[in-house]
Design a protein around this ligand. Structure first.
Ligand SMILES: NC(=O)c1ccc[n+]([C@@H]2O[C@H](COP(=O)([O-])OP(=O)(O)OC[C@H]3O[C@@H](n4cnc5c(N)ncnc54)[C@H](O)[C@@H]3O)[C@@H](O)[C@H]2O)c1
Length: 458
């Protein structure tokens, strides 16, 4: 069969895999090739055990894989065949040299651009899908200057806004698709080609276009605003705990103001995941780079509040468990950075587990999807911990439970049974405010929510 378009995605991670599966699902006339430097990951994409857990992803992939979606490691062949190349490689925080701990590490993006230049034998549209600092497209364009006759590249910015755990729904019904291009004739033409791909399933009104720099910056700003909402309500949660106000009641009253809105106002242990902190750091670095220090300090505060929330959580455990955790068994419910994913990148659970181990507690960790990643995250960490599949087994004999991930499962467990199997007095610290606190208190637990009065029996 002759396909209408040949699409390549470089980077088969949390973004590349689901995004390309959705395009393949919605556009049977296009052939989609996803490549990665990691052969193990590609083998997993070609197996019945995908490298990432995401609700509904297995069904979508199995419907299109081998039909118009292909995973392989032949990057050169993929580049040669493609009309359009999506770049979805990782852009972690730099860990070395200038800007270490703040700036984005662009080595993978740059390597990808050089590979595209090396293998291309015809003109291509190159789409930045990774989250990049504003003006990265300029660097890409400068690398992608070809001396091969008839080979020209047009760079577009098309940031991904999906949220892990709801990626399939986000890709199928996006709030918006953003496409940034150069405002030249060829830039606008390339933009229209990309618009047409999305028009296969996204209403035209939700596909918005802008200049390329606005598009790059919008992604960083969107994540900064989301993270800021979380830190804002978390900052208020400390004041609620100090004053006997209830953070849920405050959030409800505030969120009903239509100018503010109710979303993202749940107080919690804080945000995690591979993006929010990295993108905020990147934004702060950009501000500093342009000499905008007051603005940099303002956004850095969002990160500091997030770190403080985890410190506060562990200090609260320590204080309320009679000022010592040494030798105590603490059960951590959930290791994924959020529900419905196995992703543990920058998960608050790891920070909390490390702090508990530093207090010489023994930590029992359970999670329905993330124990594989937890094992890797913890392998070099000194301290006593166990990974346990069954939450009832994990909690047995423990002095306290710390809820770290908002898995639905942790709302519906038989807490009477759990209470009976624990050391007394039994404590529960709900870092996600998801459990039924009144019920837990009646069972006999001493309950410590976030941003609400504690409920204790002594
Ligand atoms: N994870 C999310 O929820 C999310 C959401 C929106 C945007 N983003 C952004 O998307 C980008 C990718 O994120 P991710 O979570 O998918 O990362 P990831 O680490 O899961 O995947 C990136 C993949 O790129 C591969 N890779 C790196 N260099 C390569 C090269 N030269 N050739 C081929 N493959 C290469 C890696 O092996 C890896 O499999 C990042 O910039 C991130 O900020 C992520």
């Amino acid at each position: 069969m002759k396909f209408e378009k040949e699409i390549l995605c470089i980077g088969a991670g949390y973004v590349g895999g689901p995004t390309m599966a959705m395009i393949a699902h919605k556009c049977p006339r296009y052939r989609i090739n996803v490549v990665d430097i990691n052969p193990e990951k590609i083998a997993q994409w070609n197996s019945n055990r995908l490298p990432i857990y995401e609700p509904e992803l297995d069904e979508i992939v199995s419907g299109v894989r081998g039909r118009n979606l292909f995973f392989n490691t032949d990057i050169g062949a993929g580049i040669r065949a493609a009309d359009i190349i999506f770049v979805s490689v990782n852009t972690p925080t730099k860990t070395f040299g200038a800007g270490a701990g703040m700036a984005a590490d662009l080595q993978y993006v740059e390597k990808t651009a050089r590979q595209i230049l090396e293998y291309s034998e015809s003109s291509k549209i190159v789409v930045e899908r990774s989250t990049l600092p504003v003006r990265t497209a300029q660097a890409m364009e400068r690398i992608l200057i070809s001396d091969k006759p008839g080979v020209k590249f047009e760079v577009l910015s098309n940031p991904e806004f999906l949220s892990e755990g709801t990626a399939i729904n986000d890709l199928e019904n996006p709030d918006r698709v953003l496409i940034g291009s150069q405002q030249t004739k060829s830039g606008l033409k390339a933009r229209d080609v990309l618009c047409q791909i999305y028009e296969n399933w996204v209403p035209r009104g939700r596909i918005i276009t802008s200049n390329i720099w606005s598009s790059e910056l919008s992604k960083l700003v969107a994540n900064a605003f989301l993270a800021q909402r979380i830190s804002s309500i978390n900052a208020i949660s400390s004041l609620c705990e100090a004053t006997d106000a209830n953070v849920d009641e405050v959030a409800r009253a505030v969120g009903l103001d239509s100018r503010i809105g109710p979303e993202f106002l749940n107080a919690s242990i804080g945000f995690g995941g591979s993006c929010f902190k990295k993108d905020l750091l990147n934004l702060v670095y950009l501000f500093r780079n342009y000499g905008l220090d007051m603005e940099a300090d303002y956004w850095e505060g969002v990160i500091l509040i997030n770190e403080n929330q985890k410190d506060r959580f562990v200090m609260n455990m320590l204080r309320n468990m009679f000022n010592t955790l040494a030798g105590k068994k603490i059960c951590v419910f959930g290791f994924a950075f959020k529900a419905n994913t196995g992703d543990t990148r920058a998960t608050p659970a790891l920070t909390v587990a490390k702090k508990l181990m530093a207090e010489k507690a023994e930590v029992m960790i359970t999670d329905p999807r993330a124990l594989g990643n937890a094992k890797n995250d913890l392998q070099d960490i000194a301290g006593r911990y166990k990974l346990v599949d069954d939450p009832y087994e994990a909690a047995r004999g423990c002095h306290a439970i710390a809820i770290m991930t908002e898995w639905k499962l942790y709302r519906t467990l038989d807490y009477k049974k759990i209470f009976k199997s624990m050391q007394k007095p039994a404590f529960i610290f709900d870092g996600r405010n998801i459990a039924d606190h009144d019920k837990l208190f009646k069972i006999g637990f001493n309950v410590f929510p976030i941003g609400k009065a504690k409920m204790v029996h002594f």
